[in-house]
Design a protein around this ligand. Sequence first.
Ligand SMILES: [Zn+2]
Length: 162
Amino acid sequence: MHFVMRYAAKAPRCGSLIALCLLLCLTASAKDDGCPFCGQNILKDTASVDNIVSMLSENHTDKFRCVLCAIATAKATKGDIVIKAPSEAKGKWVTITRTNGAWSQEPASASFAYCPGEHAHCEVLYRAMSSEDGFTAFRHANPKLCKSAKLFSLAELIARAE
Ligand SMILES: [Zn+2]
């Protein structure tokens, strides 16, 4: 590093090249934090709510901002996949699996909040629900965003994800 800095100081053109490389590297790594489907930041899990949706396909894991973004990506992807989606309740995850083209979910009681609106708040608008009671509580907690919320089955959510 010392050598690079001394060299860069002596050769200003190289210095700006190095600066450009650093900038490109930083931009590239910042991009990694975005949802590969919608491009928005992937929100971190907090003490009260989980946000990160992960999808395992073949042998790599991708992270998404919402379950709809993950399913839309899965529909454009071949092969078996496992999606781990956060629900309305901290620590209660819903697992969505596609094996040989057949979709299933765990737990069986899960369903999906679908609140039509701008994708900007997709982590709220499209979210797995651990139960119907959970959905009622979730709507009350997000009255504005989920004013016209629907509760969908996995099959209905898959049909709408694109
Ligand atoms: Zn999304």
